[in-house]
Design a protein around this ligand. Structure first.
Ligand SMILES: C[S@@+](CC[C@H](N)C(=O)[O-])C[C@H]1O[C@@H](n2cnc3c(N)ncnc32)[C@H](O)[C@@H]1O
Length: 259
């Protein structure tokens, strides 16, 4: 296999097609509720805490938190489409949430602005430079108040490697078919995603690459970014039915504190 990958793929791939291809994970309210249950179990959230949902996409975790009474949420994401989608949803639900469109490596947000910072839904490992995720974690550290906690939810690279599936496809409703071809290279996966519509024909044929973390490498990048009391929680599965949910099958959650 030979995958030609635009290093900036992540800047354009999180759009309306992503909300279709990943709907089984990111548009399933039951899964979002379970994920937020885990956040609430692992972090000591107070209703007046300031929470940053970094790489928050279309806002599902902040919306769930808001509906549970955690009203000081900020969603930051690079995707213009997802941020605008989230703003419309928030306004329809009268959710008073802040939105920022920015790069998580350099947000421009004042230092020590948040009590908790979440990076949910496998939102790291996209940028080819190995240091990019450390830059995201260092920026997160800067934004946290002393005593504040980070929670990072990523795919469990060891589980993905052990059950590596080079080809997968699934259907969404009556119209959409998503086909994925994958290649495993040490700590990275190259993937080609083809999305077909029965009505319209080909709607996407794109390649991307994701860096995988195991518990050691995830702990290490958190510790190298300054966090203390780092712990990793594994064996977390959110989907009810067996299936290939891309990188959302096997999850690993790291927590760490800015002391
Ligand atoms: C798989 S989605 C998950 C979104 C959300 N956290 C969720 O669980 O629904 C990954 C998100 O990370 C965002 N992202 C990735 N790298 C980013 C960066 N450097 N700065 C800002 N957003 C980024 C993407 O735009 C995308 O919305």
């Amino acid at each position: 296999m030979s995958f030609k990958i635009d290093p900036d793929w992540w800047k354009t791939m999180f759009d309306e097609v992503y909300l279709l291809t990943d709907a089984r994970s990111v548009c399933d309210e039951d899964i979002t509720r379970k994920e937020v249950d885990v956040v609430c179990e692992l972090l000591q959230l107070n209703f007046d805490h300031d929470i940053m949902d970094l790489c928050g996409g279309h806002g599902r975790h902040s919306f769930e938190l808001y509906s549970r009474g955690y009203k000081n949420c900020t969603i930051l994401d690079y995707s213009k489409y997802l941020i605008e989608h989230a703003m419309v949803q928030a306004s329809e639900n009268n959710y008073n949430i802040k939105f920022i469109r920015s790069d998580a490596r350099n947000t421009g947000i004042p230092t020590e602005s948040f009590d908790h910072l979440l990076i949910m839904g496998n939102s790291m490992g996209y940028i080819p430079e190995k240091k990019a995720d450390i830059h995201i974690l260092e920026e997160a550290y800067r934004m946290l108040r002393p005593g504040g906690w980070i929670l990072v939810d990523v795919t469990n690279g060891t589980a993905i490697k052990n059950a590596f599936n080079p080809n997968a496809w699934h259907e969404i409703g009556e119209d959409i078919i998503v086909c994925r071809q994958r290649e495993l290279l040490n700590d990275r996966i190259n993937a080609r995603e083809i999305v077909l519509s029965r009505k319209k024909g080909l709607i996407r044929d794109r390649n991307y690459r994701i860096r995988l973390y195991d518990s050691e490498s995830l702990s290490m990048i958190l510790e190298n970014s300054g966090y203390k009391k780092v712990s990793i929680h594994k064996g977390i599965e959110m989907h009810r039915a067996k299936g290939d949910y891309g990188f959302m099958n096997h999850r690993m959650i790291a927590t760490g504190q800015k002391v």
